[in-house]
Write a new protein. Structure first.
Length: 105
């Protein structure tokens, strides 16, 4: 009965090769599932950190907008102060000029 196949028509070597491929496939599938579980675990570990970072980012954006508003307000105040100061200098120079003119005449 040497050389004769089994019921399926496959030799023992063919069956062994097929079984080896099946074992490799199952091992590869098992590794992929384990890797997927590791990724899922890391994802769920990182999720609270991500949420916290989102919250902090939102707070920082709000603070930035507040600071921008404060800066804009300060720039407006500086501009008003500059305008007022320039007007006072003009008046002072005008008063000085009038005073000098009065003394000379």
């Amino acid at each position: 009965m040497e050389g004769k196949g089994t019921k399926s028509g496959k030799t023992r070597a063919q069956k062994d090769a097929h079984n080896a491929r099946c074992v490799q496939y199952r091992q590869k599938t098992k590794r992929r599932l384990e890797e997927l579980e590791q990724v899922k675990t890391k994802y769920y570990e990182m999720l609270p950190i991500f949420k916290q970072m989102q919250t902090e980012n939102q707070q920082m954006k709000m603070e930035l907008k507040q600071n921008e508003s404060i800066i804009q307000y300060m720039q407006n105040c500086i501009q008003q102060f500059k305008t007022t100061l320039e007007a006072q200098v003009q008046l002072s120079l005008l008063d000085y000029y009038r005073c000098i003119t009065t003394i000379i005449n």
